[in-house]
Design a protein around this ligand. Structure first.
Ligand code: ZN
Length: 201
């Protein structure tokens, strides 16, 4: 059966189909757009991908993914350095930052505790959070984990560990539905949840 395009184009379609929200059909449409817009989109996109790929680094302070270490969030002098918002994933950091309600710093755990998946405290970015909490500069840690069973378990664990440091520990309250993932919430819901945070220790 004759192929409508060469193997290089097939490879591109297959790679694009791995991206979230892009199935094979959308990947084919995106590929066709790239082919048609070689100079205005395809080449600038390829350049941008290579530039970012060359520089990807995980921030040693907060665990954010960026092209510089410390990341642009940790480096931002306009941020309130007394408050750290703890999130599971970089996607949650981006979601909260988009809401523009929170102007402090972040800490990315890289997941949640999970007995089922064998994820213990050592597998997560927890030790560095405890270190940051005792610097004296930090007065509040906001636990902004997903309202899933593992997220809640992790919040309880962190609240207990952080209580030793003497910082105020709060958690997102109303607005985050049980089972809800932060990345999927609209900005208003997220802002309300952040404002209505409550003490957990
Ligand atoms: Zn950082």
């Amino acid at each position: 059966m004759p192929r409508s395009h060469g193997s290089e184009i097939d490879t591109l379609i297959q790679l694009l189909a791995k991206l979230p929200g892009l199935g094979p059909r959308s990947a084919r449409r995106s590929t066709l757009q790239l082919l048609k817009k070689k100079d205005s989109v395809m080449i600038p996109l390829a350049d941008a991908l290579m530039r970012v790929a060359d520089k990807i680094v995980i921030c040693a302070t907060c665990g954010n993914i960026d092209t510089s270490d410390p990341c642009h969030v940790c480096e931002d002098v306009r941020r309130d350095r007394t408050t750290i918002c703890v999130v599971e994933d970089v996607a949650d950091l981006w979601a909260l930052d988009r809401s523009e309600t929170f102007k402090g710093l972040y800490h990315v755990l890289g997941g949640t505790l999970s007995a089922l998946d064998g994820v213990g405290p050592d597998e997560l970015n927890i030790a560095s959070l405890l270190d940051r909490a005792v610097t004296g500069e930090v007065s509040e840690v906001i636990l902004a984990l997903n309202a899933t069973v593992d997220g809640l378990t992790t919040s309880h664990y962190l609240a207990e560990r952080l209580s030793e440091s003497g910082v105020k520990v709060t958690a997102l309250a109303h607005g985050v539905p049980v089972g809800g993932e932060l990345d999927y919430l609209d900005d208003g819901t997220l802002a309300a949840a952040l404002k209505a945070r409550s003490n957990v220790s």
